[in-house]
Design a protein around this ligand. Structure first.
Ligand code: PMP
Length: 288
């Protein structure tokens, strides 16, 4: 595998980061997870824009232009002959000293890995997934804003461990007020009486690119979509539920905290959105 790191490609074995990189020492950096389908990179501009906004929010100056970084993503796919896969684009604060002050980091590190991913067992996509609410609350905006896609994922990882401990694959995270925020690496939607609902970004959700795509697909299909605060009660009493993200794509949810959702099978609207989403991924994106 060829890895893009600081402006050039090297082998997987030579793709190394310093132990003094603040991305490793402090989770000080930002990243994107991007997918390629059918020889095109899906929603590349949206991912690059979000990367730059995340960097802006943490005062990290990316040492490449958006155009050059997009080209590095496409070149990573070409170098690995990847037509369908998953791309991890990372910018860290760079090498500094052992103090946490980012002032000691003179040059951000940029790397890009073009590989494959299977986030969840394939059979769950047809059967549907069981999820649970976990005790770890989503980060506060006033502490570490969940809109920043930073390398500091411990909040999500703790929730994921709690889901694992409960014997399920994914967790619903609530915010400090008890409203539904999102899952550990996916946004969440419910369907009730033919309308689609997803928590507002202010509830502590990432500005998910799949979330936005789902909203657009649903609206194109004539569905009403709104973003109110949601409680666990709203999830339990939904007709359908699904989670979505670049890696996960669209995953039907059939049980939450022991409550069966709808009929206990992936819902009709969810299945239609899955179909529309896959159709879109096949025909749009930046050619590799
Ligand atoms: N929430 C979190 C916390 C995430 O890490 C992700 C990305 N895996 C998402 C939601 C989904 O975002 P996107 O659709 O842009 O991949």
């Amino acid at each position: 595998m060829k890895i893009f790191i600081d402006g050039k490609f090297c082998s997987e074995r030579d793709a190394k980061i310093s132990v003094f990189d603040h991305g490793l020492l402090y989770g000080d950096g930002v990243f994107e997870g991007i997918r390629a389908y059918n020889g095109r990179v899906f929603k590349l501009k949206e991912h690059i824009d979000r990367l730059f906004y995340s960097a802006k929010a943490i005062l990290l100056e990316i040492p490449m232009s958006p155009g050059k970084i997009s080209e590095a993503v496409l070149a990573s796919c070409r170098a690995n002959k990847l037509r369908d896969g998953y791309i991890r684009l990372v910018v860290t604060r760079g090498v500094g000293n052992l103090g946490l002050n980012p002032r000691s980091c003179k040059k951000p590190t940029v790397f890009c890995i073009a590989d494959k991913i299977q986030v969840y067992p394939p059979e769950l996509y047809s059967r549907g997934m069981e999820i649970v609410t976990v005790p770890t609350a989503r980060n506060l905006h006033s502490a570490l804003n969940p809109a920043i896609k930073s390398l500091n994922y411990l909040n999500n990882i703790l929730a994921k461990i709690e889901a694992n401990n409960a014997g399920v694959e994914e967790a619903v995270m609530l915010n400090a007020e008890g409203f539904v925020a999102e899952c550990t690496a996916d946004n969440l939607f419910i369907m009730k009486n033919g309308e689609l609902f997803t928590p507002p970004l202010s509830a502590g959700a990432l500005y998910g690119i799949t979330r936005q795509t789902v909203i657009e697909l649903a609206q194109e299909a004539g569905m009403k979509v709104s973003e109110p605060n949601l409680t666990r009660y709203d999830l339990f009493c939904a007709d359908e539920c699904f989670l979505c993200g670049t890696g996960a794509e669209i995953m039907p949810v059939i049980k939450i905290d022991g409550r069966i959702i709808g009929t206990g099978k992936p819902g009709q609207i969810t299945r239609k959105l899955v179909e529309d989403y896959h159709a879109l991924t096949k025909m749009s994106g930046e050619p590799i």
